[in-house]
Design a protein around this ligand. Structure first.
Ligand code: TYD
Length: 132
């Protein structure tokens, strides 16, 4: 599968870096939640789930980490290492994140409030949803 990367306009100038994210503009949904992962150990692998309806955009605002995305047919891995790029993660996509750098701050913009019932946490259930 081909990962969908969104290029954010670079508003940086001689004073430093600046990127602006706006719902339904450069972020393709209404933003209901923002969360961020930081201080993740390099040998930690997390994620291991899909979502029934949730859409997300992941931005590595500092450092780097790798995303594995799986649509049930094929997989892709993407190294996120730029605050100017967002990885769009649609619903019904299995994701795993790993190889976090010590300084990694991974910010995620989400289309819905946190809802545990939206998670698909078993890979077999995910494959069942793909073929539903
Ligand atoms: P989880 O989504 O399982 O982490 P990851 O998939 O990145 O490994 O979330 C870890 C815990 O935090 C879990 O108990 C749910 C909780 N959580 C919230 O309460 N709100 C949130 O927005 C998120 C993302 C997680």
């Amino acid at each position: 599968m081909n990962p969908v990367l969104i290029d954010f306009k670079d508003l940086s100038d001689y004073r430093g870096g600046l990127v602006s994210l706006e719902e339904n503009k450069n972020i393709p949904f209404t933003i209901r939640r923002v969360y961020y992962l930081f201080g993740t150990d390099t040998d930690v692998r997390r994620g291991f789930h899909a979502h029934k309806t949730l859409k997300q955009v992941a931005v590595c605002v500092k450092g780097a980490c790798t995303f594995l995305l799986d649509d049930g047919h094929s997989r892709s891995t993407t190294r996120l290492s730029s605050p100017h790029k967002g990885l769009y993660i649609s619903n019904i996509l299995w994701r795993e994140m790993f190889d976090f750098t010590d300084d990694c701050v991974l910010m995620v913009l989400a289309s819905e409030y946190y809802d545990e019932s939206d998670y698909i946490r078993e890979y077999d259930d995910f494959i069942e949803q793909v073929h539903a």
